[in-house]
Design a protein around this ligand. Structure first.
Ligand SMILES: [Zn+2]
Length: 256
């Protein structure tokens, strides 16, 4: 590793380990060069790395120095999505990844949802309804990012942001005759109902159905997944019988 990379790593570990906050002055250039015993060239290259990672920025001037920044997940998620796109992740692989991560997220979210989170969901759904009514479908992925955020797990949140960006990059425009923005919004509202009811199993089931519906509509060749009846698998979480589910089709996949 180059000297600058080693120094950048060391400073990053200090920033995180000592819990420096955004806006804090970590030190002036002169102080830091003396503290770490490196050349100005090495120090400046390390600063470029820190700035690239979004963790700090060098401000010039009398009261300048290296200031701590709040890293922004968006460019990180974007870079990961570009990488995966470049790796030619197939749409089926992307769907598998979304199922793996998002079904877990929705169950976690249901387990820890509180008043604030319910309000957040309702606000987002109202905005989404207005958008769909206006004939737009610009940010129909926001619901998925919100659900991931409700887990309060930054890793899951970042992965879902990455996977939704990748979905937008890869997926051809939805075939509206098969899945309309109204359908998508209705599916989100149903998942939200289950979340608000803290019913993780039902929310998971609805998320799975939704992801499969939109992924099939996104394929050029419709390829319904033929699911062999699971044999050795444990019984899926069964939905309590008397739940008012008039619109739920009775032919539910056996995998829960
Ligand atoms: Zn959706």
């Amino acid at each position: 590793m180059k000297k600058a990379e080693i120094l950048a790593d060391q400073i990053e570990q200090t920033i995180v380990g000592q819990r420096w906050e955004p806006g804090d002055l970590f030190g002036s250039e002169v102080e830091l060069i003396a503290r770490y015993g490196v050349s100005r060239a090495v120090f400046r290259e390390a600063v470029r790395l820190l700035e690239h990672h979004g963790l700090a920025e060098m401000r010039r001037g009398l009261h300048g120095g290296l200031f701590i920044r709040q890293p922004d997940p968006q460019p990180v998620a974007k870079a990961m999505a570009v990488y995966l796109d470049f790796q030619k992740v197939e749409s089926r692989q992307l769907e598998d990844a979304r199922l793996a991560v998002e079904l877990f997220c929705v169950e976690r979210a249901a387990a820890r949802i509180g008043e604030d989170e319910v309000a957040e969901i309702r606000t987002l759904l109202a905005a989404e309804a207005a958008q769909v009514a206006a004939g737009e479908m610009r940010s129909l992925h926001d619901f998925h990012v919100l659900v991931a955020g409700l887990t309060a797990n930054p890793a899951l949140h970042l992965f879902v942001q990455t996977l939704t960006i990748l979905t937008k990059r890869q997926r051809p425009p939805l075939d509206r005759s098969r899945v309309s923005p109204d359908d998508i919004h209705a599916a989100h509202a149903r998942i939200a109902d289950a979340l608000i009811a803290r019913d993780g199993a039902l929310a998971r089931h609805r998320m799975m159905t939704h992801l499969e519906d939109v992924s099939m509509a996104g394929h050029r060749r419709p390829a319904p997944r033929a699911e062999p009846a699971p044999r050795a698998e444990p019984a899926p979480p069964s939905e309590p019988a008397p739940r008012e589910e008039p619109a739920e089709p009775t032919a539910e996949p056996a995998v829960g």
